[in-house]
Write a protein that binds this ligand. Structure first.
Ligand SMILES: Nc1ncnc2c1ncn2[C@@H]1O[C@H](COP(=O)(O)OP(=O)(O)OP(=O)(O)O)[C@@H](O)[C@H]1O
Length: 493
C-alpha cells in the first residue's frame, strides 16, 4: 500500500469522535456544542472530514483511485470505514457472575466507552412530558447529581409485551448505543426496572423538525433550505446503512433539532438490522470517471425484510414495495427521502389520498406531480422523481447507496465535509432548556412514576434475544437481552 493510501486509511479510521468526528487536533466534542460549531464559532482552518464524507475530499479520491481502476469494485476493510467498524467487544458483566466476561454486544468507535450502568430511575427527577409514542413516553429529566438535562424515553414492559414490541425496543437500544454520529441522537444510559425500559438520551432542545416546519410561513421551506436538511438526512442514512441498519421510518416527526438547528434522527424502533450485525463491509466501486465511491447498499446486501412497516397517520411515506409486500431493502429509505423533500418544499406529500387505501393506490400507480408553485429547479424535480422511482431497482440510491444520492446534481452545492458547520436555515427559539419552548404542552392523564422504580437487571442468558409475547411474569427473561449500560462519549468528564 502506498504512503498516500496509508495516510487515507489512517485518516478515515481516526476520523470520528463522539460528535465532533475528529479525534485529533484541537477541536473536540468538548469545545464545540455537541461537536457542532455554533453559528458564531469560527470555521476551523482545516475542513473537518466526516467518515461519510471522506470520498468527497479531493485528496482522498486521488489516493483511493490510485488503488482502483475504472469500473472495478473491491471491499474496503471494515475497520477503515466507519465508527461502526471500529468494533471492540465490550465486557458486560451483568448477570454473568464475578470474574466472567461476556462479550454480548459490540459497540462502535474508539470514542465511546461503554461500561456497567452508573445510574438508575431514582438518579433523575422528572420535569416535563416532551412526547408520547405508541408504548413510550419521553420526559425532560434532570440528573440529580449533575443537574444536567436529558430526554428520558420510558417504555412500559407490559405494553411492549401486549403489543409484541420487545424486539423493536432491543433494536432501538442497539442502534442508539452503537451509533456515534452528529445527526443521530446520543444515548448516555440504558437500563431497566421491573416495569420499564429506560433510554437516557441527549435532550434535543430544538424540538421536532415537523413542528418547526409547521411554524414556517406556508409550512414549508425554500428549495435551498430543503436541500440542507435533505443533505443532513442523507449523511445520517449513509451512516446507518454502513452499520447494516435500514431506518424505515423517515418522516419529519422523527427528525429532532439540536439547539443549533442541525438535525438529530431519533426513534429507531422500526429500524431493521441486516443479518450480519454491524453490516457487511462496504464495497468500493469506481464511477465512470474512475472516482471511487463507497457503496453503502452493499452493507445491507442480500437483506430483504418483509414486515409491513409504517406509522399510522403517516402512511404517505410508505414505499410501493412495502405496500406490495414484495420484501424491501435499504432502498426504502431513499424513497422516504424523496417524500420528505417533497413535503419540505410543498407542505404536503405527493401521493396523499382521501383514505389510506387511496394513498396506497396513488403510491403504487401515480407518477409524482409537481405543482406550479413554489417554483423549483429542474435538478430538484429530477432528484425527487429519481428517489420516488416505484421500481426499487432503478431508484436513485439503489445501486451504491448514499454516494449515488450525494452525487446527484441537486446536491452539487452541498459541501458535505462542512455540513455540520454550516448555519442551518431554521435556528430554534432560544431556550433555557427547562422551559422546553420548542415543544408542545402535553398533559399526562395518568402520571408515570418511573423514578420510584428499582433498577433491575434481567437474568436471562446474555445475548438471548427477547421473544415476542409471553406473560408479564416472564419479563426478566423477555428483556434479558436489553443492555443496561452507561456510555461515556469523548470530551466528557
Ligand atoms: N432526545 C429527545 N429530545 C427531545 N425530545 C425528544 C427526544 N426523543 C424523543 N423526543 C420527543 O418525544 C416524542 C416521542 O419520541 P419517540 O418517537 O422516540 O417515541 P416512540 O414511543 O418511539 O414513538 P412512536 O410510537 O412514534 O415510535 C418525539 O416526537 C419528541 O417530541
Amino acid at each position: 500500500m502506498g504512503a498516500s493510501a496509508t495516510k487515507f486509511l489512517r485518516r478515515v479510521a481516526s476520523a470520528p469522535n463522539a460528535k465532533g468526528f475528529f479525534t485529533s487536533g484541537s477541536r473536540s466534542a468538548s469545545n464545540t456544542k455537541n461537536g457542532y460549531l455554533a453559528p458564531t464559532d469560527p470555521v476551523p482552518p482545516l475542513p473537518p472530514m466526516a467518515v461519510s464524507d471522506c470520498m468527497d475530499h479531493a485528496d482522498s479520491m486521488e489516493t483511493m483511485s490510485s488503488g482502483s481502476s475504472r469500473g472495478r469494485s473491491s471491499r474496503l476493510p471494515r475497520n477503515t470505514l466507519a465508527p461502526s467498524s471500529l468494533k471492540a467487544g465490550i465486557p458486560n458483566g451483568l448477570g454473568d457472575g464475578p470474574g466472567k466476561v461476556a462479550f454480548r454486544r459490540t459497540y462502535s468507535s474508539n470514542s465511546i466507552k461503554v461500561g456497567q450502568v452508573e445510574v438508575g430511575p431514582s438518579s433523575f427527577s422528572k420535569l416535563k412530558l416532551l412526547g408520547k409514542g405508541d408504548v413510550g413516553r419521553v420526559y425532560l429529566v434532570k440528573e440529580k447529581k449533575t443537574s444536567k438535562l436529558f430526554a428520558m424515553k420510558v417504555l412500559s414492559k407490559k405494553e411492549m409485551i401486549e403489543r409484541k414490541k420487545i424486539k423493536r425496543a432491543l433494536t432501538e437500544q442497539e442502534i442508539l448505543a452503537t451509533a456515534n454520529h452528529p445527526f443521530i441522537v446520543t444515548l448516555y444510559h440504558s437500563f431497566q426496572s421491573d416495569g420499564y425500559l429506560y433510554f437516557c438520551m441527549e435532550y434535543c432542545m430544538g424540538g421536532e423538525f415537523f413542528r418547526a416546519l409547521q411554524s414556517r410561513p406556508g409550512k414549508c421551506l425554500p428549495e435551498d433550505g430543503s436541500r440542507f436538511y435533505a443533505a443532513e438526512v442523507v449523511a445520517a442514512l449513509e451512516y446507518l446503512h454502513l452499520m447494516g441498519f435500514i431506518y424505515r421510518d423517515l418522516k419529519p416527526e422523527n427528525i429532532l433539532l439540536h439547539q443549533s438547528g442541525h438535525i438529530m434522527l431519533s426513534d429507531f424502533d422500526l429500524a431493521k438490522q441486516s443479518n450480519e450485525p454491524g453490516g457487511m463491509p462496504a464495497l468500493i466501486h469506481s464511477d465512470a470517471n474512475g472516482v471511487p465511491l463507497i457503496d453503502t447498499m452493499s452493507c445491507t446486501a442480500n437483506f430483504r425484510t418483509n414486515s409491513f412497516v409504517g406509522t399510522e397517520g403517516r402512511h404517505q411515506y410508505i414505499a410501493p414495495e412495502v405496500i406490495n409486500a414484495q420484501g424491501h431493502t435499504a432502498a426504502v429509505d431513499w424513497w422516504t427521502l424523496g417524500i420528505l423533500i417533497y413535503e419540505m418544499i410543498y407542505a404536503t406529500t405527493p401521493f396523499k389520498g382521501q383514505e389510506r387505501n387511496d394513498t396506497f393506490a396513488n403510491i403504487r400507480l401515480l407518477p409524482v406531480h409537481f405543482r406550479d408553485s413554489p417554483k423549483v429547479s429542474s435538478a430538484c424535480k429530477d432528484c425527487v422523481t429519481r428517489l420516488l422511482d416505484k421500481n426499487e431497482k432503478t431508484r436513485l440510491g439503489s445501486k451504491s447507496g448514499a454516494s449515488e444520492v450525494k452525487q446527484h446534481k441537486w446536491f452539487t452545492k452541498i459541501n458535505w465535509g462542512l455540513l455540520r458547520n454550516t448555519q442551518p436555515p431554521i435556528i430554534p427559539s432560544s431556550s433555557n432548556g427547562v422551559d422546553a419552548v420548542n415543544f408542545r404542552q402535553l398533559k399526562e392523564s395518568r402520571s408515570l412514576h418511573f423514578e420510584d422504580q428499582i433498577l433491575s437487571v434481567a437474568s436471562s442468558t446474555p445475548g438471548t434475544p427477547g421473544e415476542e409475547g409471553g406473560s408479564p411474569t416472564q419479563t426478566g427473561d423477555l428483556f434479558g437481552a436489553f443492555s443496561s449500560v452507561t456510555l461515556h462519549h469523548d470530551g466528557e468528564s
